[in-house]
Each structure stands twice: as structure tokens, then as C-alpha cells.
Design a protein around this ligand. Structure first.
Ligand SMILES: Nc1ncnc2c1ncn2[C@@H]1O[C@H](COP(=O)(O)OP(=O)(O)O)[C@@H](O)[C@H]1O
Ligand SMILES: [Mg+2]
Length: 238
């Protein structure tokens, strides 16, 4: 099932001589449960693509469908954007941006509460999710008292809270050492498989892409399909 369909997506920042084309006629289809890696140099438009597809930034051309439903076409947005995002998209950023005065558990529970789940139920489900992510022993910790890897697990929990069909991870392992980064990627792969979520993960690190279903390369706003051989990814050592 196609979860995300992007056609001719464009994004221009600014105008006139200062205009920057960040997305240039981007086409992309992502299936349920598909794990997609988005590669490419700094400034090539990767973050802009994720932000435009989730309508945090307004695209300037093209069309986006989610689960076969038009959400954006030629400058017109046909949904309630905040609600759409809450229900359909989970985000994992490089800076974990957990709410500093809420415990790990409440950071995850809050995401459910914003979607109308009651306090008790949300805390129960948040605990199950932290359990699934093998971090429930830190449920009552404040973010500042968690390691980088632990914070990222909580951030993944928050992204999964409402079981969104789409998860966007923008360099989720950038602030972690290789070992912890690998573990976070393993976890994302497990989530895609077990929860049937489509995941698009931006990464610079070729060591992180083993096991991804599909690789895309972004360059100067243009998106092309690629493969492990083309990007010189090495098989993990054994
Ligand atoms: N808010 C903005 N205003 C103007 N230009 C921007 C803005 N955000 C990004 N850009 C430009 O768009 C291009 C793509 O940026 P970005 O999507 O952040 O790249 P990446 O995530 O691949 O590093 C860059 O040239 C960047 O300078
Ligand atoms: Mg970026």
C-alpha cells in the first residue's frame, strides 16, 4: 500500500536574485512498512523535503498524497494541517528536543494526550511503548538525566505514540557514537517491520544504511533513487 506519494514537489526560498531552489521536481513513493534512507550532502534539500511533506513548510509546486488522499496540490492545502500532522506523522530529530520538565514517560504520554487520549490510558500506553523500546527503567527520569542514546529512544517513543503511518527521522544518529547510532537505526528498522510504519531517515553515515529497503540521493534539490553499491556502502564486518 502506498502511504506517501509525492509528485513534482518544488520549494523555492525567497524570490528574485536571492531565490534558492531547495526542492526541484521531487517524485517519491513510499509503501507501508518501507524503510527509506535519504542521503546527500549538506544543503541539498533533505530537511526541506521532510518539512514540506509534513507541511511544516509550504511547498511552492507539486502534489502530495497520503494514503491516497490529496493533502497538497499546486499551492492548496486540503486538510487541517495540525491535526493531520498529529495523526499521521511522527518526527525524530537530531537534537532530541524532549520537553525538559517532563519525565521520559510524560514526554511520550503527552503526545497521546494531544491526540485526545486520557491521562491514565496515555500513561499506561506510554509505559508499554517505553518497555517495547527497552527504556522503561528510565520512565521517571528527566531528559537531562538520560544519555544521548536514551533520549533518542524516548524521542522514538514519542514519534510512535500515535502509531503514525509515516515517521520522519532527520539525522537521528548524528549526536550519537557509532555503536549507539547503530542501535537507534536497528530500532527504527524493527519499528518499520513490526508496526508497518513507513520510515524516511536522513543520514550522512554509510555505515547506518545496511538493511534499508530503498536508498535515495538528494543533490541540489533533486532526488534520485540509488543503491548501496552506488553510494559505496560496505557490508557490515563479520
Ligand atoms: N528557511 C530557509 N530560508 C532560506 N533558505 C533556506 C531555508 N531553509 C533551507 N534553506 C536553503 O535550502 C537549501 C536546502 O537546505 P536543507 O533542506 O536544510 O538541506 P539539508 O537538510 O540537505 O542539509 C540550502 O541551500 C539552504 O540554505
Ligand atoms: Mg538537514
Amino acid at each position: 500500500m502506498t502511504v506517501l506519494s509525492v509528485r513534482g514537489l518544488g520549494k523555492v526560498f525567497g524570490s528574485g536574485e536571492l531565490a534558492v531552489t531547495a526542492l526541484d521536481n521531487v517524485n517519491l513513493d513510499v509503501q507501508a512498512g518501507e524503510l527509506v534512507a535519504l542521503l546527500g550532502p549538506s544543503g541539498s534539500g533533505k530537511t526541506t523535503l521532510l518539512l514540506c511533506v509534513s507541511l511544516i513548510l509550504d511547498p511552492t509546486a507539486g502534489a502530495i498524497e497520503i494514503n491516497g488522499k490529496d493533502i497538497y496540490r499546486d499551492g492548496r492545502i486540503s486538510i487541517d494541517v495540525r491535526r493531520f500532522r498529529r495523526e499521521n506523522v511522527g518526527f525524530i530529530f537530531q537534537a532530541h528536543n524532549l520537553i525538559p520538565f517532563l519525565s521520559a514517560l510524560d514526554n511520550v504520554a503527552l503526545a497521546m494526550q494531544l491526540n485526545g487520549v486520557g491521562k491514565r490510558e496515555s500513561r499506561k500506553r506510554a509505559r508499554e511503548l517505553l518497555d517495547y523500546l527497552e527504556i522503561s527503567h528510565r520512565a521517571e527520569y528527566m531528559p537531562a538525566n538520560l544519555s544521548g542514546g536514551e533520549q533518542q529512544r524516548v524521542a522514538i517513543g514519542r514519534a510512535l505514540a500515535n502509531e503514525p503511518p509515516l515517521i520522519f527521522a532527520d539525522e537521528p544518529t548524528a549526536s550519537l557514537d557509532t555503536g549507539r547510532g547503530m542501535k537507534v537505526m536497528e530500532l527504527l528498522k524493527r519499528v518499520a517491520r513490526e508496526k508497518n510504519s513507513a520510515i524516511i531517515a536522513v543520514t550522512h553515515d554509510m555505515r547506518m544504511i545496511a538493511g534499508f529497503d530503498t536508498l535515495y540521493h538528494m543533490d541540489d534539490g533533486r532526488l534520485t533513487r540509488t543503491d548501496a553499491e552506488a553510494v559505496g556502502a560496505l557490508a557490515p564486518p563479520h
